[in-house]
Design a protein around this ligand. Structure first.
Ligand code: GDP
Length: 454
């Protein structure tokens, strides 16, 4: 494989820049431009995990001074010989050093090519490679925690457990189908059911954690609904008071839509349409109501607010009805007033009910717990490995469906050959997930999202 190089630090002026060279000729190329001052050895004679201070020069002019770090195959990021040159962090000087390296028979690295080589050389699984990108783009603590767990191979191990048990089953099935006359013990239907059943269960657990994981990482798209005067704005203010993070004004619409994110314990609620909710003027209220209606259809979470201090009205009932079957929480507000609201008739439309007094700032914690229960957030432990992107989710789902189809086929009296094909399909999806049997197209797609230098 050719030797490649790229600047691995951001294209911006900084204290230091790192230029990474990887491949068979990495050390001999480094040797032609880096002249150690702190040691006698040339780059090609340096041991792995050692570094030297020296001059970077084209042979006539010194461009800069810096530090060379040597990694010897296979003990490097890519699994190949790697030289990393740290020089001063100016954009111009860094590019000059890179250009010099590229004149020594080294070609520019493509986006994600270092990590791709690490994957191809067996240094990491595809899911681990994906986590490298997640770590770079992590915005918050939860996101970083998930990415790090992925990097440690938690998901890979979890999938591998399932995939190994299926491989074993496939092995016994093949032996039995191919050599019926030999004395190979028959694979019983019970064994097949047991292995497939436990694979389906494991994959179901994994799949159900996908949404919760995404929610912990990215937040929940939330809408607040309710008839006028029940306390929606007051609830908004209460939540914003907890910790306001982002406020965006998107101009140019019929009226400004305000979107803000509030943090509720570990969870981020992305509340939108607050301008509509806050409006009082009739004409504008209409726009707000329409927007809110649309939001209601597309949101991941609905907070439906009711006023405990007044009798239930037709409007309340219609709000409740539009919540049916959705992830909706009934927020019974104004608990400080005398209770006139009869909730019993509409309670069934909601997954959770929380009593609060928005004005007194009472109930945020109970609301947070209710959201946590809806999304089963308490059960998410990053270290056990979870699916973090659509590619992974779709592979896991395909595998799950294939195994469950195999169970049904066997129950329906299908031949072992037919069942075998379904199990094999599922196994292929698992191997695609981990990258053990991913097509070149899949691998290229994963790495195309990387930046150059990674
Ligand atoms: P919205 O039209 O649904 O946005 O309702 P507002 O938030 O504007 O509240 C309507 C009225 O109810 C205001 O006068 C609030 O002060 C009052 N209100 C809101 N929450 C509470 C509460 O928890 N207790 C009491 N007693 N009044 C409240």
């Amino acid at each position: 494989m050719s030797t490649i190089a790229a600047i691995s630090t951001p294209r911006a002026a900084g204290g230091i820049s790192v230029i990474r060279i990887s491949g068979e000729n990495a050390l001999s190329a480094a040797e032609k431009i880096f002249f150690p001052v702190s040691c006698k050895e040339k780059a090609s004679e340096m041991k792995g995990y050692t570094c030297a201070y020296g001059k970077i020069s084209d042979g006539e002019n010194v461009l800069d001074d810096g530090v060379l770090t040597v990694f010897r195959a296979p003990k490097s990021y890519t699994g190949e010989d790697v030289a990393e040159i740290s020089c001063h962090g100016g954009i111009f000087v860094t590019e000059q050093v890179l250009r010099l390296i590229l004149s020594k028979g080294v070609r520019p690295a493509e986006a994600g090519e270092f990590t791709k080589r690490a994957f191809l050389n067996g240094k990491m699984s595809l899911t681990q490679a994906e986590s490298v990108m997640d770590i770079i783009s992590a915005n918050g603590k939860a996101e970083l925690r998930f990415a790090s767990a992925l990097k440690e191979g938690a998901l890979f191990r979890r999938i591998k457990n399932v995939s190994d048990s299926i491989l074993k089953l496939l092995g016994s099935l093949a032996a039995w189908v191919d050599y019926p006359e030999d004395d190979i013990p028959a694979v019983t239907d019970e064994e097949i059911f047991e292995t497939l059943g436990s694979a389906v269960k494991n994959l179901d657990n994994l799949l159900s954690s996908y949404d919760s994981g995404r929610i912990l990482r990215k937040g929940i798209d939330t809408v607040i609904v309710g008839k006028p005067n029940v306390g929606k704005s007051t609830l908004m203010n209460m939540l914003s008071g907890c910790e306001r993070s982002i406020v965006t004004d998107i101009a140019g619409t019929t009226r400004d839509i305000v979107e803000e994110s509030v943090r509720l314990g570990d969870i981020v609620l992305r509340l939108s349409d607050t301008a509509g909710i806050r409006s009082t003027e009739d004409k504008v209220e209409n726009v707000g109501v329409r927007l809110a209606q649309k939001k209601l259809e597309t949101s991941e979470l609905i907070l439906a607010v009711f006023d405990l201090g007044s009798e239930i009205s037709a409007e309340d009932i219609s709000v409740a009805e539009s919540c049916k079957g959705k992830n909706a929480i009934a927020v019974l507000n104004k608990s400080d007033l005398e209770q006139k609201f009869d909730f019993s008739g509409i309670a069934d439309n909601f997954k959770e009910t929380v009593t609060i007094s928005a004005e007194n700032g009472d109930g945020a914690e109970r609301l947070s717990e209710a959201v946590g229960r809806i999304y089963a957030l308490g059960e998410i432990i990053p270290d056990t490995g979870i699916l973090v992107n659509e590619r992974q989710r779709s592979c896991a789902e395909k595998a799950r469906n294939a195994f469950s189809e195999a169970v049904n086929a066997l129950r329906g009296g299908a031949t072992l050959d037919a069942v075998n094909i379904l199990i094999d399909d599922g196994e292929n999806s698992l191997l695609e997930l981990t990258g053990e049997r991913a097509s070149e197209a899949v691998v290229n797609e994963v790495f195309s999202h990387f930046c150059v230098g990674k």
